[in-house]
Design a binder for this molecule. Structure first.
Ligand code: ADP
Length: 185
């Protein structure tokens, strides 16, 4: 089972992905977390990614592909995974499709979490990560709308997309996502 958790920065993908991974007993790949770890450890990928992550810009697709391929080799991914923050561009979606096809796999479903922009900005300012300054948040939302949101149409066209209301308690949203996945399995 390969589930793509989709949505703007701050919709709660990370929180939901961690819970889902545990409930469904599959791996969780957050490209944001992977980049932050790589930056902290100053790995070659981390060195390449740092300026982009700090600015709230997208890390180049080839660098993203490297970290995703490396991570998905891990034995914990044999059962499937939740992808959180990937893909974010059409090129990444194509790369994912190729990577999975080589293993005889395909995306099972794409769950889009919907939250309005003002709520997102409040949540992220409260989180206070280094890239959670208001101007960088607005820039990330802009990048999402321009580069990432168009993927919704792509996945909808492929018959893989379900949208879920991301407002409410963590448990409520989790139930909605589980229900959406159950329908698609
Ligand atoms: P958020 O969803 O709150 O923006 P993430 O942890 O998902 O936070 O991502 C943080 C940063 O990591 C992004 O702003 C971007 O610089 C980088 N990043 C994460 N995933 C990708 C990706 N798939 N493609 C390009 N850059 C990415």
């Amino acid at each position: 089972m390969i589930i793509v958790l989709f949505g703007a920065p701050g919709v709660g993908k990370g929180t939901q992905a961690a819970i889902l991974a545990e409930k469904l007993n599959i791996a969780h790949l957050s490209t944001g977390d992977a980049f932050r770890a790589a930056i902290k450890n100053a790995t070659p990928v981390g060195v390449l990614a740092k300026s982009y992550v700090d600015a709230g810009a997208l890390v180049p697709d080839d660098v993203v592909a490297r970290i995703v391929e490396e991570t998905m080799e891990a034995p914990s991914f044999a059962n499937g995974c939740i992808l959180d923050g990937f893909p974010r561009t059409r090129a990444q979606a194509d790369a994912l499709q190729q990577l999975l096809a080589a293993k005889g796999l395909a995306v099972t479903c794409v769950v889009n979490l919907n939250v309005d922009d003002e709520t997102i900005i409040h949540r992220l300012l409260a989180r206070g990560r280094e890239d959670d300054k208001e101007d960088i948040i607005r820039y990330r939302l802009d990048v999402y709308n321009k580069e990432t949101a168009p993927l919704l149409e792509f996945y909808d066209g492929a018959g893989l997309l379900t949208s879920v209301d991301g407002l409410g308690t963590v448990e409520d949203v989790n139930e909605r996502i589980l229900a959406a996945i159950a329908v698609r399995q």
